[in-house]
Ligand binder design. Structure first.
Ligand code: CO8
Length: 374
């Protein structure tokens, strides 16, 4: 048996930003347009008018101030309200592969490795660009990696579940190393015309390299243990799958073909699930709250993270103990906790213990307990 470690991590951030002010202006213009187009039905009481969104509400309810996206032109056009992403030919790299590659190269460089040192690629994300061939195999091909690759999807928990899969394979000796990549194009499965959720998501890609500790070239994070759990819930759901084309109404612009959630229920039900999950994981490993130097949490909602931090540590987290990136990136699904880890882990000292935790649709929750080593 070998001890696995995270030896490198990387973040690819798209260069287009949508501020809350821009987002709300576009949404309100769309709502006005919709209300004007449907004025008769709204006046007759057969259709509800669309209400305006507000910057104050967004910041207060979520803590989100802006988001990065692959294309803002379509999202901010009141006549379009979704990203405009060019259909690539089958001979070009796919968008998800391209984003993942950028994050992967940063992770490899940080670990002092090249693709030749990698045995496997796991593409773990909340939505895949196509059914097959696996995006992970395309990334494997672009990086010229000998070995194998596969895609997996556990919604917002994809990264931690992917790290567990990689760590277990490294531990058993079936591989020496794996790249876990999380390209998230959330903008393409968000309904930007829905005031309740139009502010929630952004785009990004993250990557982690998992190797044997004995192979690590420099400072790294030994993976002490991982825990994954799931519990079925319909409160976060997206019905878009290939079966829609077989149904009589298959091509209609149906609301359930994009991200849908019962946000209040998610908030209430997921909080105790996550707090208990982290508490149990720490207890099983003999880690006390006072031993934990950092919590890198899933980035969906600031109040949610504040609550989990208080519950896990038994007090309000000190600034820096539980870094949030959602004010800049919004919710980036599985990539959120890895962005936080990648940006806020360098300063830890050898022996310092931290925990990465993601949670979301399924429901699903995954945690990775790590210890800094030199
Ligand atoms: N502007 C102004 N007012 C608004 C707006 C808006 N944009 N939206 C809603 N309101 C109004 C509502 O109409 C409501 O008014 P009233 O009181 O008159 O009915 C009032 O504000 C309060 O609304 P809510 O109850 O909805 O507000 P909350 O305080 O509950 O906040 C949140 C809403 C932010 C959604 C909150 O419930 C939340 O964060 N919940 C948890 C979300 C979460 O963690 N979800 C996880 C999903 S991520 C995941 O698992 C991955 C899925 C795959 C990725 C998908 C990519 C697209």
């Amino acid at each position: 048996m070998y001890t696995p470690a995270i030896t490198g991590s990387g973040v690819f951030t798209p260069d287009q930003v949508i501020t809350n002010a821009e987002l709300v202006e576009a949404f309100n213009a769309y709502a006005d347009r919709y209300n004007a187009e449907n004025a008769d039905e709204i006046a007759a009481g057969t259709l509800a008018a669309k209400e305006h969104s507000s910057e104050e509400f967004i910041v207060k309810a979520s803590g989100i101030e802006q988001r990065y996206v692959i294309d803002k032109s379509g999202v901010l056009d009141p006549a379009v309200m979704h990203p405009l992403l060019r259909q690539r030919s089958d001979d070009e790299p796919s968008l998800m592969a391209e984003m993942a590659l950028k994050a992967a190269r940063i992770a490899l460089e940080q670990a002092g490795r090249t693709a030749a040192d990698v045995d496997a690629v796991i593409c773990a994300a909340s939505n895949l660009e196509r059914a097959y061939p696996a995006v992970a195999i395309e990334i494997q091909d672009l990086l010229e990696i000998d070995g194998f690759a596969f895609d997996m999807n556990v919604a917002c928990s994809s990264a931690t579940f992917g790290i567990q899969a990689a760590a277990d394979m490294v531990r058993s000796g079936s591989i020496r190393s794996a790249l876990v990549v999380n390209p998230e194009i959330c903008s393409a499965h968000l309904e930007w015309r829905d005031r309740d959720c139009h502010f929630i998501f952004g785009d990004v890609a993250t990557a982690t390299l998992i190797e044997r500790t004995e192979d690590a070239e420099g400072a790294h994070f030994e993976i002490r243990s991982t825990r994954c759990a799931t519990q079925y819930s319909n409160n976060i759901r997206n019905n878009n799958g290939f079966l829609r084309r077989s149904r009589p109404d298959g091509l209609a612009d149906r609301r359930d073909m994009q991200f849908m959630q019962n946000g209040r229920k998610v908030f209430k039900e997921v909080l105790p699930l996550v707090a208990d999950h982290i508490g149990n994981h720490m207890a099983e490993e003999g880690v006390e709250a006072g031993d934990l130097k950092r919590l890198w949490l899933h980035q969906a909602n600031k109040s949610m993270n504040d609550f989990i931090g208080r519950k896990v540590l038994g007090r309000a987290p000190e600034p820096g103990e539980q870094p949030n990136i959602l004010q800049d990136y919004a919710n980036t699904s599985s990539a959120g906790s890895i962005i936080a880890f990648s940006k806020y882990s360098d300063d830890l000292e050898p022996g310092d213990v931290g925990l990465i935790c993601s949670f979301g649709a399924g429901y699903s929750v995954g945690s990775v307990l790590v210890e800094r080593r030199d």
